[in-house]
Design a protein around this ligand. Sequence first.
Ligand code: AMP
Length: 414
Amino acid sequence: MKVLVINAGSSSIKYQLYGMPGAEVLAKGLVERIGEPTSRLVHSRGDDSAILEEAVANHEAAMELILRVLVQPGGTIEDLSEIEAVGHRVVHGGEEFTGSVIIDDRVLASIERFAELAPLHNPHNLVGIRAAMRKLAGTPQVACFDTAFHTSIPKVAHMYALPYELYERHRVRRYGFHGTSHRYVARRAAAMLGRDKYDLNAITCHLGNGCSIAAVRKGRSVDTSMGFTPLEGLVMGTRAGDFDPAILFYLADKGYDLARLNGLCNKKSGLLGISGVSNDMRTLEKHAEDGDERAKLAIEMFCYRVRKYIGAYSAVLDSVDAVVFTGGIGENSALVRELTCRDLAHLGIVLDPKANGQAGGRESAVSASESRVRVLVIPTNEEQAIARDAFELVGGKSEHGAKGRSVEYDRQER
Ligand code: AMP
């Protein structure tokens, strides 16, 4: 069975075609700069890749182009009917979606309703879904939500200590994001350690341009650092993470308007804001090596914040079996893992410097033999997780779930 995975953003659509159940990537690519005269498609199949430069007016046209490339003579498939399911990444599923679902009118309406909570993402995800529904009419479409894995977070952890009516009237609470990634690496960690997926306590650190950390108890998320929006928590590429919100009132008094404050917190802070050089960890590591003090400070602050959360989540969990590093930084930066885990022996976390130095781009254990907590590097693969959910739902391979609802639905406890 072939499953097409779609990740639609504001001006791009990423796609991967999977052969299931083996999760073999048959083809993948990206249409970028949609709506601009310079838009283009980058398509790859095995080691071959091709770039097609042509104006792509909108998401509908982008979907059409993707499907055309997949079935072109000598292409990956002969006929679109070979695609038996489409899996879509959707950022916000509110409190409603605790797992992936087959999309129907009710689901579409909910995704639209939650656009209020994720105005930068859900509308684009919806456009991608609608375009795929029109181009592949009759093919089941599945939504996989970034928030779903975190719907198991108990109220004590997902509520803010703000007036309760803000939750009742405006649904202000912690939702968390990157859930598909946290779920994927938690499941892989269980497999690597030979444990059942519902028998693992882990702290999963997704460190990329966006960063979040999750406390996973017995396979379920019980806390996470991103909150009502992805701004909260760790230091990120351009987002500040945790800071005193009164700073915003103070700056507003000084004449900063809402748009400027928003841009400041989301686009000009984090690694970029501290270093003044870049939001990119690789670049900062080079600058730090050359003696740039602010680049060094940015890296140290980044790691310090992750350490603080590892400490906090060690307190949240009864015991910790594994700390997992994933995302572009978590997977590739030995320095970040080293600075983060340094002097955490009192929490049972001890790195093996050699294993840590050699890890990168593949699953590996980087903890020392005496480390009570296993420290793992696991490349994330959200697309594969989406493909598996779509396969499970549409292929009717659900172990426990009612048809149309993923396994996670039945396992969630609120
Ligand atoms: P992501 O958003 O998951 O693609 O991650 C992007 C981040 O990963 C950027 O800050 C990159 O600089 C960082 N990154 C990728 N490769 C490396 C590497 N080899 N060393 C340090 N950081 C890296």
